[in-house]
Design a protein around this ligand. Structure first.
Ligand code: ZN
Length: 77
């Protein structure tokens, strides 16, 4: 299940990354702590997370994420 995972310590803000697998790497290939705060991917489209708080590389990768076009595709729903 795709979730968002928090990376702390970037300036004073939290940066949210998109994580296709609960214990996997982010879409931008960062490996975050397994105990990092998580929240549903649907929050990325909500008002709780500002655009600047969402990792731009993850956001780009999410937009062009393949759906069943190769072996690495994930169900984003
Ligand atoms: Zn990221």
């Amino acid at each position: 299940m795709t979730t968002l995972k928090a990376e702390y310590g970037v300036a004073t803000a939290v940066l949210w990354h998109v994580v296709p697998d609960a214990d996997g790497a982010t879409l931008c290939h960062r490996l975050l702590s397994s105990i990092a705060e998580v929240r549903p991917i649907t929050d990325a489209d909500g008002e709780d997370i500002e655009v600047g708080q969402l990792c731009p590389r993850c956001r780009t990768a999410l937009k062009r994420a393949p759906r069943g076009t190769d072996g690495q595709s994930q169900d984003l729903a």
